[in-house]
Design a protein around this ligand. Structure first.
Ligand SMILES: *Cc1c(COP(=O)(O)O)cnc(C)c1O
Length: 357
C-alpha cells in the first residue's frame, strides 16, 4: 500500500475563484498567475481548470513551454522576463509576452534577430526596489522601445510592496506611477491579488492575481472565506499509529510537549519532508474525521502527532485534514509564522496529487 498522504486539487474551486476575480475587476483582463507550479497546484491542473482564462503569467520558461504543449492558446506572460537572448528567441517562436526590467533586457531586444516582434511589459520601479526601471524614466524608455523593430507592443507594469497592508496601502506607489506614466497612453498592469481586491483603482487594463485563485487570503486580517474564496487544495493524511500517554509523558523530538494529564494521540503520515511546516507549534489546527483537533509536539520529517483525547472513535486509519476545505491553509501558516503562499508552494514531490473535477 502507498503511504497514506495526498493532496487533492479542487478544480471547481479554482474556477470559482477566477470567476470571483473577474467579478471584482469587471473592466480588466486577468492574468492567472501560475508560477511555482501554480503555487503547488500543478500547472496542468490550472490550465484544465481555467480553459477560458484571459491569459496566464508565469516565471519559469519550462512552465511557459508546458502551457503551450498543453494546448493553451492564450497569452502567456513571463513575469521576470528572459535570462538570455536565446530565451528571447523562444518568446518570439512561442509567442510569449515578457517583462523587460533592465538595460540588459533592452539590449537583447535591440540586438537579437527574432522570427517576429514580441509583446513586452516594461517593468517600472515605483518603490518596491526589486525589479524595474525608475518610473520617471518611462517616457524616454517608451520612445526608445517604440523605435525597436522587435517590439510589437508595450504595456506598462509595476508591482506593489504593501497592497496587503491597510496602513501602508498603495497610494504612494500609485501616485509615483501615475505622475510618470499617465500621459503615455499605454495599457497598464499594476495589481496583484491584494491590490485588485483592496484598491479597485489599481485594476487598470490587466490584473495579475495569484494567491486568491488558489483560495488563500492575501490579507492577514481577513480570511479567504470572508473574501468569498474557496480552498483549491486539501492536504490530508491518515493516522498510522496511536499512543496512550500518562501524565508527564513527552512527545517527539526534543521532548518539548509534556502531557499534563493522560492523553491519546494519533501519529499522522505527514511531516516536513511532505511540505508541512516544521515550525507549526502545538495547538496548530487539524481536522480528524471531520472534528477539530490540534497538533501535538514537534513536527518530524515524516510524521506529526494530533490530539485524539476527545475523539475516542478515531484511531488508525482516521483521515486527518492538515489544511484545505475545512482547515484554512492561512491559519496553519499563521500558526507557523509564515503565509499560505509558502505552504502551498512547498508541498513536496513525494505527495501524490489527485485532481477533483
Ligand atoms: C507572483 C506575482 C503576482 C501574483 O501575486 P499574488 O500576491 O499571488 O496575487 C503578480 N505580479 C507579479 C510580478 C508577481 O511576481
Amino acid at each position: 500500500m502507498t503511504r497514506p498522504i495526498r493532496a487533492v486539487i479542487h478544480t471547481a474551486a479554482l474556477a470559482s475563484n477566477y470567476a470571483h476575480v473577474k467579478a471584482c475587476a469587471p473592466n480588466s483582463k486577468v492574468f492567472a498567475v501560475v508560477k511555482a507550479n501554480a503555487y503547488g497546484h500543478g500547472i496542468a491542473n490550472m490550465a484544465a481548470a481555467l480553459p477560458g482564462a484571459d491569459a496566464f503569467a508565469t516565471l519559469e520558461m519550462p512552465s511557459a513551454l508546458t502551457l503551450r504543449e498543453l494546448g493553451v492558446k492564450q497569452a502567456i506572460l513571463l513575469l521576470e522576463g528572459v535570462f538570455s537572448a536565446a530565451e528571447l528567441q523562444l518568446c518570439a517562436k512561442h509567442d510569449f509576452w515578457l517583462s523587460v526590467h533592465d538595460e540588459r533586457g533592452i539590449g537583447w531586444l535591440e540586438n537579437t534577430a527574432l522570427s517576429r516582434p514580441v509583446h513586452i511589459f516594461l517593468k517600472l520601479n515605483t518603490g518596491m526596489n526589486r525589479l524595474g526601471f525608475p518610473a520617471e524614466k518611462a517616457p524616454a524608455l517608451v520612445e526608445r522601445l517604440q523605435q525597436c523593430s522587435n517590439v510589437a507592443s508595450i504595456t506598462l507594469m509595476a508591482h506593489f510592496a504593501t497592497a496587503d497592508d491597510p496602513e501602508q496601502g498603495v497610494a504612494a506607489q500609485c501616485a509615483r506611477f501615475d505622475a510618470a506614466c499617465s500621459g503615455l497612453g499605454l495599457p497598464v498592469s499594476l495589481a496583484n491579488s491584494a491590490a485588485l481586491l483592496a484598491y479597485p483603482e489599481t485594476q487598470r487594463q490587466w490584473v495579475r492575481p495569484g494567491i486568491v485563485l488558489y483560495g488563500s487570503s492575501p490579507f492577514s486580517g481577513k480570511s479567504a472565506a470572508e473574501l468569498g474564496l474557496q480552498a483549491a487544495m486539501t492536504l490530508s493524511a491518515e493516522v498510522i499509529a496511536v499512543q496512550e500517554l500518562n501524565e508527564g509523558d513527552t512527545v517527539g523530538y526534543g521532548a518539548g510537549f509534556v502531557a499534563a494529564r493522560p492523553m491519546r494521540i494519533g501519529i499522522v503520515a505527514c511531516g516536513y519532508a511532505d511540505g508541512y511546516p516544521r515550525h507549526a507549534p502545538t495547538g496548530t489546527p487539524a481536522l480528524v474525521d471531520g472534528a477539530r483537533s490540534r497538533l501535538i509536539g514537534r513536527v518530524s520529517m515524516d510524521m506529526l502527532a494530533v490530539d485524539l483525547s476527545e475523539l475516542p472513535g478515531s484511531g488508525v486509519g482516521s483521515e486527518v485534514e492538515l489544511w484545505g476545505k475545512n482547515v484554512s491553509v492561512d491559519d496553519v501558516a499563521a500558526a507557523a509564522g509564515t503565509i499560505g503562499y509558502e505552504l502551498m508552494c512547498a508541498v513536496a514531490a513525494r505527495v501524490p496529487v489527485f485532481v477533483e473535477f
